[in-house]
Design a protein around this ligand. Structure first.
Ligand SMILES: NC(=O)c1ccc[n+]([C@@H]2O[C@H](COP(=O)([O-])OP(=O)(O)OC[C@H]3O[C@@H](n4cnc5c(N)ncnc54)[C@H](O)[C@@H]3O)[C@@H](O)[C@H]2O)c1
Length: 277
C-alpha cells in the first residue's frame, strides 16, 4: 500500500491551471493523499487586473476528482477567518490534517525601488509574508491540537535567499518566509511537526508570463524579446533548462513524507543550480 494512503493534505494557492500549487495538489492525490485544494479564486481588491486563479479553475479542478480524494475550497490566505475555516473544513471532511502546503503567490510590482508604490509593496507582504504566517500558524494550531506529527511547507523562492533587482517587495516577502520557517521549526520540533520551505528557481508557470511579470519586465530591462530572454536564462542555469511545477511538487512530496521526519527548518533549492546557497 502507498505510504501516503489516507493522509490528509491542505494546499493553498492550488487552483490556477499550470501553477505550482495545482501540480502539488494533483501530485499528492496521485501519491494517495486526500487533498483540500484552495485558492483565492476571483480578483485581488488592490490589483483587480492581476491574474489570480479564476473560479473556473477551482471548479474545473473539483470536477476532475472524486470528492473522496480531492475537494476544493475558496480561501484567501490574507484572511484569518478564511484560513481557519479552511482547516476546520478539512478536518470535518477528511479528519486529522497531516500536511499543509502554502503555494499562494503573486508576481506584482516588478519595478526599481524608486518607482515601487506602497500598494505594490503591501500586496507582496500581505499575500506572501502575512499569508504564509496565517496559513502556517493555523496549520500548527490544528496539528498541535490533534497531536499529529504534521508537515508544514511553504513555497518561498530563490529570491528569498538572494535579493533580486526589480523584485524588492517580492524578495523581502520571501526572506520573511525563510525566517518564519526557521523560527517555527525551532518551536514545533518537540511536537514532531516539521516546518520547511522550498525555494524554486525559475519555474514555467503563468506567474512568469503575466502582464508586468518576469518575462515582460526582464526582457524589457535587457532590451531583448521575451523568447530571447527566456532562452538565455535557460542557458545560464547550470542544468540548462527552466523548472517545471512537477520539479517543485516532487520536493514538496518528499518534505511531506514520513521519511523526512529529520528534515526541518530547511529552505530547499529546486533551482537547477540557479541558486546554490
Ligand atoms: N514560477 C516561478 O518561477 C516561481 C519561482 C519561485 C517561487 N515561486 C513561488 O511559488 C508559488 C507559486 O507560484 P506559481 O509560479 O505557481 O504562480 P501562479 O500565479 O501560477 O500561482 C499562484 C497561485 O496563488 C494564488 N493566490 C494569489 N493570491 C492568493 C491569496 N491571497 N490567497 C490564496 N491564493 C492566492 C493564485 O490565485 C494562483 O493560483 C508562489 O509563492 C511563488 O512566489 C514561483
Amino acid at each position: 500500500m502507498n505510504a501516503a494512503a489516507g493522509r490528509v493534505a491542505v494546499v493553498a494557492g492550488g487552483g490556477r491551471k499550470g501553477s505550482i500549487g495545482r501540480e502539488v495538489a494533483e501530485h499528492l492525490v496521485r501519491e494517495g493523499y486526500r487533498v483540500v485544494a484552495s485558492d483565492i479564486g476571483g480578483t485581488l481588491k488592490t490589483h483587480p487586473d492581476y491574474e489570480v486563479a479564476p473560479m473556473d479553475d477551482l471548479d474545473d479542478l473539483a470536477a476532475s476528482y472524486d470528492p473522496a480524494v480531492l475537494i476544493t475550497r475558496r480561501c484567501d490566505v490574507t484572511d484569518e477567518a478564511q484560513v481557519k475555516a479552511l482547516f476546520d473544513d478539512a478536518e470535518a471532511e477528511y479528519g486529522v490534517v497531516d500536511v499543509a502546503v502554502n503555494c499562494a503567490g503573486l508576481g506584482i510590482g516588478l519595478k526599481p525601488v524608486v518607482d515601487l508604490e506602497l500598494r505594490d509593496w503591501q500586496v507582496n507582504i500581505d499575500v506572501m509574508a502575512t499569508g504564509a504566517f496565517l496559513f502556517a500558524r493555523q496549520a500548527a494550531r490544528t496539528m498541535v491540537a490533534a497531536e499529529t506529527p504534521g508537515r508544514i511547507i511553504t513555497i518561498a523562492s530563490q529570491a528569498g535567499k538572494t535579493g533580486v533587482r526589480l523584485l524588492a517587495a517580492y524578495s523581502a516577502a520571501k526572506f520573511a518566509v525563510i525566517g518564519l520557517t526557521q523560527a517555527m521549526a525551532g518551536e514545533l520540533g518537540r511536537h514532531g511537526i516539521t516546518v520547511n520551505t522550498v525555494c524554486p528557481g525559475t519555474i514555467e508557470t503563468p506567474l512568469l508570463a503575466v502582464e508586468g511579470g518576469v518575462y515582460q519586465t526582464f526582457s524589457k530591462a535587457s532590451g531583448r524579446s521575451s523568447d530571447d530572454f527566456r532562452n538565455r536564462l535557460a542557458d545560464y542555469i547550470p542544468v540548462k533548462r527552466l523548472g517545471t511545477p512537477a520539479d517543485v511538487a516532487h520536493a514538496v512530496a518528499y518534505l511531506a513524507s514520513a521519511e523526512a521526519s529529520f528534515v526541518t527548518g530547511s529552505a530547499l533549492n529546486v533551482a537547477g543550480g540557479e541558486e546554490m546557497h
